[in-house]
Design a protein around this ligand. Structure first.
Ligand SMILES: [Fe+2]
Ligand SMILES: [Fe+2]
Length: 662
């Protein structure tokens, strides 16, 4: 008697480390191979048995010596335990086919993948030991593999050679073939594909087959391979019609069903089911011993008896097999199955409708997650996701970031509702102007981004200019607006970032944002697409003039603009503070007695914020008193200009500061 609560050595260095779950007709088998103190684990198992597999594995080997986990394919019955191993400290490779890796990553796996198809289908465990892999495409996954231990001549076969049975044993017995057929005829896609894989196996010396489901095959290896090579499978699409067996007719077919029932439910259950029925079974021979039903009624009557005694649910486990037999031999599907099929079709229809509804809900939810509530455009999250997807696919990409130059002004003068309306109209203008393939997103505040994958940078610059003009000419805004734009192309990103799409996206965004800043400094409505910065030129130098509207303020503004500076104005201290916090201002020229927030308080507050503390601050007043000068000096204000100003003095001072700042 084998103690299945402990690891079982099934070949030299190869251990069965699974668990047996009662009433489970689909047994799962993980195997651990140890050589020279290093281990490799095959198909570790599901979340249901992962803990046992982990305990058995660590009882044989410290996890630090587990070099790799092999996944024959991506199914949860063999992969879902991997995160558990990682949590426990497993740091090795995940060996599988690249096609499987694509799906296995979704279990949340952190360890590196070792794609066997990129490494000549082999894995070096230690100096002297390599594991081989045998490609088994479409059995039952396009990237399915089997593993082979050449020294032991063991085939670790994944889903192939698996079986479904009520009566599981670690080693296969003479009844194994039928359970194996039951598994393959539904799970494997087609006879030709399976036969080709079995032919391929003929070139390998095999002493032992260790499948992921069912039992270990240590006898009659050839017979098992031949069974799979010749059996029909993919039965949902079978259409050939052989004749009824000459010796036995329908009854011989029903014997196959009896065999299948015993394999699925066990001898005891099947015996009970047919007690005192028109069919007397010989359980030992696994066939019908005698029956009172005439041959032409036997097919229907057998299944009605089953339904009557065990109910429809009992039939569902053999329905596909009976359907195959019925179709193959032209007997039709027994009527009890038609109700089963009709009801399952109805269920499928209902489920499909439910699923569709759910999918729609999910899609709406995803849509809303990616939408900006103010403009209805895509949001920052979508922008990022789209960029990553396109860059990962290798598409070149142009990013145009665009900001409304006078949004703060509109918010201040007309309120934020009008500011929001401005952004909505702008969104419409952009969507009407650009090609439908351009992704238009609102990033934050008055900043938008346009992403296009099919334009060169030159084309993008040209179209951005057209768009800028169209926006400037639009008369639906409460006041005319202008936008500044920064443009960057994915080709401009440095070589070192190219391997990492996240890095690449972040570099493109940073470049476009930097150029937008340059554009804003250059003046309203500018477009910047190169970084050979014009930041040092005067038009990029922004001066905030804080004073109540007056002739004197206009004169100052004109004078500075003639010097080619960019001049913004604020009517009071509070407004000035907001504009300064929004960024992009290089120098403040402030009247001492401005409303709402006096110049000195404003200066104090600016000093308290690292982003504004360093902005040079010029004070001007018609009433230059000693006490005020001292207070100004204490606040680091070095220039206190007496009004009326000598304009040449002012421009000289500003030029000096601007040249230093540049
Ligand atoms: Fe599978
Ligand atoms: Fe499986």
């Amino acid at each position: 008697m084998i103690d299945l609560t402990k690891p079982v050595e099934v070949a030299q260095g190869l251990w069965w480390v699974g668990s047996q779950r009662p009433h489970n007709r689909l047994q799962c088998n993980p195997y651990l191979f140890i050589k020279d103190g290093l281990g490799i684990l095959f198909d570790p198992g599901s979340v249901l048995d992962g803990q046992v597999v982990l305990e058995k594995t660590t009882s044989l080997l410290p996890l630090s010596n587990l070099k790799a986990i092999v996944c024959s394919h991506q199914d949860p019955d063999l992969c879902a335990a991997i995160p558990l191993f990682e949590k426990a400290g497993f740091k090795g490779d995940i060996c599988c086919h690249a096609r499987a890796a694509l799906l296995i990553q979704y279990y949340g796996i952190k360890n590196p993948f070792y794609m066997v198809n990129h490494h000549s289908f082999s894995y070096r465990l230690s100096e002297n030991t390599s594991i081989g892999f045998i490609f088994a495409p479409y059995l039952h996954f396009p990237g399915a593999i089997m593993s082979y231990l050449p020294e032991q001549q063991v085939l670790i076969s994944g889903d192939l050679f698996g079986s479904i049975t009520a009566d599981w044993k670690l080693y296969a017995d003479e009844n194994y073939l039928d359970g194996m057929k039951a598994f393959h005829e539904v799970y494997m896609p087609g006879h030709e594909i399976l036969a080709a894989a079995m032919e391929n196996l003929e070139s390998y010396p095999i002493r032992l087959i260790c499948p992921q489901h069912g039992s270990i095959i240590d006898k009659n290896i050839e017979e098992h391979i031949n069974t799979l090579k010749t059996m029909p499978c993919g039965l949902f699409i079978q259409s050939k019609q052989p004749r009824l067996p000459l010796d036995g007719g329908v009854r011989a077919l029903l014997d196959q069903v009896v065999l299948r029932l015993i394999t699925t439910y066990g001898e005891q259950e099947v015996r009970k089911t047919f007690e005192k029925s028109p069919f007397t079974l010989n359980i030992r021979k696994r066939q019908i011993a005698k029956t009172t039903i005439p041959g032409d009624k036997m097919w229907e009557s057998f299944f009605s008896t089953l339904e009557e005694r065990r109910g429809v649910a009992y039939l569902s486990s053999i329905s596909s097999f009976v359907e195959l037999l019925g179709k193959q031999y032209g007997l039709g599907i027994p009527s009890v199955f038609s109700t089963l099929i009709a009801s399952s079709e109805r269920q499928i229809k209902e489920k499909t409708a439910e699923l569709k509804e759910l999918e729609e809900k999910l899609q709406n939810l995803q849509e809303s997650m990616y939408r900006d509530p103010v403009t209805g455009l895509y949001n920052k999250e979508f922008h990022q996701a789209f960029m990553l997807k396109e860059l990962a696919g290798g598409s070149p990409l142009v990013s145009v970031v665009l900001a409304i130059d006078n949004l703060e002004r509109i918010n201040l003068d007309h309120g934020s509702t009008e500011g929001d309306r401005t952004m909505r109209i702008l969104s419409q203008v952009i969507l009407q102007s650009v090609d439908p393939h351009v992704q238009v997103c609102r990033i934050t505040g008055g900043m938008f981004a346009l992403l296009c994958t099919f334009l060169t940078k030159e084309q993008a610059i040209e179209r951005a200019a057209t768009l800028g003009n169209r926006i400037a000419g639009e008369d639906r805004f409460i006041v005319p607006i202008t936008v500044s734009m920064g443009i960057a192309h994915s080709d401009e990103v440095g070589e070192s970032s190219r391997k990492d799409v996240l890095q690449m996206a972040s570099d493109i965004n940073a470049l476009a944002a930097f150029r937008l800043r340059l554009a804003r400094k250059k003046g309203a409505g500018s477009i910047v697409a190169v970084s050979t910065s014009e930041a040092g030129s005067r038009s990029a130098f922004a001066i905030l003039l804080v004073d109540v509207p007056s002739f004197s303020r206009d004169l100052l503004k004109q004078t500075l603009e003639k010097e080619r500076y960019r001049v913004l104005t604020a009517d009071n201290g509070l407004e000035a503070k907001k504009m300064l916090l929004a960024g992009g201002i290089d120098l403040v020229l402030c009247e001492l007695l401005v409303p709402k927030l006096g110049a000195l308080t404003l200066r104090k507050e600016l000093l308290g914020n690292p982003s504004t503390a360093g902005i040079p601050f010029l004070l001007m007043s018609a009433n230059k008193q000693e006490q005020t000068v001292r207070r100004a000096f204490d606040l680091g204000i070095q220039h206190f200009l007496a009004r009326p100003l000598a304009l040449y003095e002012l421009t000289g001072l500003v030029n000096l500061i601007a040249s230093k700042e540049a």
